[in-house]
Design a protein around this ligand. Sequence first.
Ligand code: CMX
Length: 142
Amino acid sequence: MKPSHIEHIGIAVTNLGNAISFYEKVLGLTCYNTEEVADQKVKTAFFMVGETKLELLESTDPEGPVGKFIEKRGEGVHHIAFSVEKIEELLEHAEKMGVKLIDKSPRKGAEGLDIAFLHPKSTSGVLIELCENKKGSYSKNQ
Ligand code: CMX
């Protein structure tokens, strides 16, 4: 049941274009996908770094989770996402262990993954996302 790897690190940014430019021009990475996730009120941009992605997040609504985060804390690391195989089982286990769940069951996130968040107040201050790729194909080479 344990995570196989860090699927992505989510970084909250105020301007997606400027942030993409930094990762491309300074670090030499390539943005391979951009996507709006209306449900989460964000526009996202993805980079592959080895087996791990970076997910840049620009808010589309000041009342959305990333809009509120930036208002309160400014730009920066927003969440860490772990790749898991049986997301429902892990959520059930976490809840039994007393962890506050943001999502009691998975929902659809960027890149078609099933995702669910654990509340940062239960996780030493880090917003944790669990991700399962039920399509079975790993999107690293998109
Ligand atoms: N990391 C750590 N702590 C966070 C946090 C984050 N990303 N976001 C909020 N917090 C903290 C706040 O600082 C605040 O702490 P204090 O009470 O000590 O000040 C506390 O959590 C409550 O924050 P809030 O501003 O009142 O925000 P809400 O309770 O309304 O929402 C949260 C917080 C985590 C429940 C909400 O942001 C959420 O549901 N997040 C999950 C969805 C998400 O983040 N989606 C965007 C990414 C989508 C994607 O990857 O595709």
